[in-house]
Design a protein. Structure first.
Length: 150
């Protein structure tokens, strides 16, 4: 079960949208008024590999994780929530997840559900996957979300 101290909530103000993770506040880039293209542009930072991964997330999410609310845009919001942008999106996909979109979505869901912290996730991105066992996280996600395909 997810640790409630790691609960994520979106807080929307007139000018700034922020995310609270536990006791920390994050300023996020995606706003509720953004289109999907706007969201991709903001989080990809113009990195073509990141753009491709975001497009893949949008097309594959519903097949892999049919229970996620709002489909692939939810995973883009998770990337934003965890402050993963531009080349870090590519590094997460390539170095941490071995270029496997299912593993990437499992890692994002695992972090959302509290199986790993956002600190562990960011550390793994910086250190080519060190500190994260994808198979354990994938199994935890599949146990918690039986419709998750992995």
């Amino acid at each position: 079960m997810a640790d409630s101290s790691r609960a994520i909530s979106w807080v929307d103000g007139p000018e700034v949208q922020s995310t609270k993770i536990g006791d920390e506040m994050n300023i996020t880039r995606i706003k509720l008024t953004d289109t999907t293209i706007d969201a991709i542009v903001k989080i990809s930072e113009g990195n073509p590999d990141a753009v491709n991964i975001c497009a893949q997330i949008l097309t594959e999410t519903e097949k892999i994780d049919p229970d996620i609310l709002f489909g692939g845009i939810s995973n883009l919001l998770l990337l934003d929530t965890f402050n993963i942008y531009g080349s870090e999106i590519w590094m997460l996909y390539k170095d941490v997840c071995g270029e496997d979109i299912t593993d990437m979505l499992a890692i994002l869901r695992g972090c959302q559900l509290g199986f790993i912290s956002s600190f562990q996730l960011r550390n793994a991105i910086k250190n080519r996957g060190d500190g994260i066992d994808i198979n354990i996280i994938l199994n935890q996600v599949k146990e918690y979300l039986p419709n998750f395909i992995g």
